[in-house]
Design a protein around this ligand. Structure first.
Ligand code: ADP
Length: 186
């Protein structure tokens, strides 16, 4: 029996969050809610939201809070989220975190954990430069790291104060990091 788990996964671009997220959702039977994937799907489908989001994504900037909050609010209502989920890439700003808190308070379903994957900046730049996604040009990478530092890092204190933050070292093999993640969550 695996207990129901609702968690937030935070880490800078290039930290290896996607790889670990996939293993975590299998192990804990959670729905995987990646806002990056949702936005890329919307962009590729050329929906109104997708076209708007693309102007921010391709510049390495965060898309506006109201857009992403609405996407998540809708997604959290779907049946597959009833048995737990991992939020990957959301929240990324204090306003998003506060909106999430309000949604979860309304549903009476608090978060079980907030997991942070820590990787030093030089290593992130090295990894991102080798990845080759369309938004992985050096200038866009730099912008995404700046956005992380300025807008997302403040969330760490926000969740630390709520006593829900667990941080793990993101350097090592995929297996090593996954073992740390499980240990932190159990
Ligand atoms: P990264 O590799 O930078 O972590 P993601 O795949 O999570 O990338 O997201 C790609 C882009 O989508 C971000 O650079 C940003 O423009 C946009 N995005 C994703 N999630 C959010 C969010 N919660 N708030 C605002 N923008 C977001």
């Amino acid at each position: 029996m695996v207990r129901i788990m609702r968690m937030v996964f935070i880490g800078p671009p290039g930290a290896g969050k996607g790889t670990q997220a996939e293993r975590l959702v299998k192990t804990y039977k959670m729905a995987h809610l990646s806002t990056g994937d949702m936005l890329r799907a919307a962009r590729d489908a050329k929906t109104e939201v997708g076209v708007k989001a693309d102007t921010f994504m391709s510049a390495g900037q965060l898309v506006p809070d109201d857009i992403i909050i609405e996407i998540i609010a809708e997604r959290l209502g779907s049946p597959d989220c009833r048995d737990g989920y991992l939020l990957d890439g959301f929240p990324r700003t204090i306003a998003q975190a506060e909106a999430l808190d309000r949604m979860l308070a309304e549903k009476g379903t608090p978060l079980d954990a907030v997991l942070e994957l820590q990787v030093p900046e030089e290593e992130l730049f090295r990894r991102l430069a080798g990845r080759g996604r369309a938004d992985d040009t050096p200038e866009v990478i730099r912008q995404r790291l700046v956005a992380y530092r300025k807008q997302t890092e403040p969330l760490l204190d926000y969740y630390r104060q709520k006593k829900s933050l667990k941080s793990i070292d993101g350097l090592g093999t995929v297996d090593e990091i996954f073992a740390r993640a499980k240990a932190a969550l159990n």
